[in-house]
Design a protein around this ligand. Structure first.
Ligand code: S3P
Length: 440
């Protein structure tokens, strides 16, 4: 019923005519954002950092590869214990650094490279990453004195960076983006004085939490949504425990909610309030989700999430909540297709510059399956309640699109073939195995 045709990277899903129900307990892989940050801070700190629960997806592998190329000793990657031996500095790599598909690797690393005086770096990525805007970090870094060159007026990779002694800035970011905020804060580590980033809405705060744990002085002002870092701290290696990724849990939360007679428990999920917009929205739509065993693990809130199938209603998803569910919009679009009424998603133009143009791709592919979705300049209008019928769809090599379409296919009638479905390995290498296990 769920078959992977590896040669073509296709995933073929045929739900039985009698219908399916989803049952079981799922452990999602480690949080992608926290995994990147643990590797990077471990790499630039002095001493040993141990990382438990690292995501073994392709994106953190790209980060590890880049920092190994800059002389950092990183043990073999596994989920039990990864050891990073930081020397407190980066060496000049002898080759181009390759960030693969990972925007977080490229943007956060740029902050660090730009502030490594006297060293020269070149950075590239895959076809998707080479088309994603980098000027959003290059512009503020240049204000700090960075020297970065790239295609299209210093916006697109491949990029060349000549590391400099930077100066502090107060940056008012026009976009609520943790990648922008983190890139500037990481650059600010090498600066004498205070670096401040102010954002229009609160984005994920994993960098702030982890920088503090490694020894940096960080002040946050919730009133003005600003973060201030005092430069030149002595960062010391730490023990990091990575919680499960709520962005990966989101696929099962929606699957459990829309497929009748289902009940799933997703254990060890990070529920940092800057990431839980998906829970707020699903609850507003009528999903039955309960948090169990709430606890704090290595500075991050964690819980087990139980979801039972429910009748969903439409809702509006817009405004300041968007950054807290930015990566979950593709799967929330699937939830909206199965909800009664018209769901409006707005203020989400950022989706157009993710691993693919997620607004265009989700509208096109879900409409291929029979949904009624109109693309808006900054969102989607989704008329729910129309049954989906299997056909051929394409992930456009976008991991979150691939997994969202797989969940839509489970709830559709007939056979759906998802082309380029192996893209899921970017953030969730076991996704297809787990899908096979929980379908009864
Ligand atoms: C991330 C931030 C988000 C998110 C991305 C990971 C991070 O991007 O979409 O998957 O780890 O900082 P933006 O900060 O650009 O919104």
């Amino acid at each position: 019923m769920i078959e992977l045709q590896s040669a073509q990277q296709d995933l073929v899903i045929t739900p039985p005519l009698t219908g399916i129900s989803l049952q079981g307990t799922i452990k999602v892989p480690g949080d992608k954002s926290i995994s990147h940050r643990a590797l990077m801070l471990g790499a630039i700190a002095t001493g040993t950092t141990t990382i438990e629960g690292l995501l073994l997806g392709e994106d953190p592998l790209s980060t590890a590869g880049c920092f190994r190329a800059m002389g950092v000793e990183i043990s073999e990657l596994n989920t039990e214990k990864v050891i990073v031996q930081g020397k407190g500095r980066l060496e000049e790599p002898t080759d181009v650094l390759n960030a693969g598909n990972s925007g977080t690797t490229m943007r956060l690393m740029l902050g660090l490279l730009a502030s490594t005086p006297g060293k020269f770096f070149t950075v590239t990525g895959d076809e998707s990453l080479r088309s994603r805007p980098m000027s959003r970090v290059i512009k503020p870094l240049t204000q700090m004195g960075a020297q970065i060159w790239g295609r299209q007026d210093h916006n697109l990779a491949p990029l060349a960076i000549r590391g400099q002694q930077l100066r502090p800035i107060v940056y008012h970011s026009p976009i609520a983006s943790a990648q922008i905020k983190s890139s500037i804060l990481l650059a600010g580590l090498g600066v004498e004085g205070k670096t401040t980033v102010k954002e229009p809405a609160l984005s994920r705060d994993h960098s702030e939490r982890m920088l503090r744990a490694f020894g940096a002085e960080i002040e946050t002002d919730p009133e003005t949504l600003s973060v201030t870092l005092t430069g030149q701290p002595k960062l010391m290696g730490q023990q990091v425990i990575v919680p499960g990724d709520i962005s990966s849990a989101a696929f099962w939360l929606v699957a459990g909610a829309i497929i009748p007679d289902s009940e799933l428990v997703i254990t060890n999920v990070g529920i940092n309030p800057t990431r839980t917009g998906v829970l707020t929205v699903l609850e507003k739509m009528g999903a039955t989700i309960t948090k169990e065993n709430e606890r704090i693990v290595a500075g991050e809130p964690v819980a087990d999430l139980r979801v039972r199938s429910s009748k969903l209603n439409s809702c509006t998803i817009a405004g300041d909540i968007i950054p807290s569910l930015i990566d979950e919009i593709p799967i929330l679009a699937v939830a909206a297709v199965f909800a009664q009424g018209t769901t409006i998603i707005k203020d989400a133009a950022e989706l157009r510059v993710k691993e693919s143009d997620r607004l265009a791709v989700m509208a096109k592919e879900l409409n291929n399956l029979g949904a009624k979705i109109t693309e808006l300049p900054d969102g989607l209008e989704i008329v729910g309640g129309t049954p989906l019928k299997g056909t051929e769809v394409d992930s456009c090599s976008d991991h979150r699109v691939a997994m969202s379409l797989a969940i839509a296919a489970l709830a559709a009638s007939g056979t759906t073939t998802i082309h380029r479905a192996l893209a899921a390995a970017v953030s969730y290498p076991d996704f297809i195995d787990t899908l096979q296990k929980i379908c009864l």
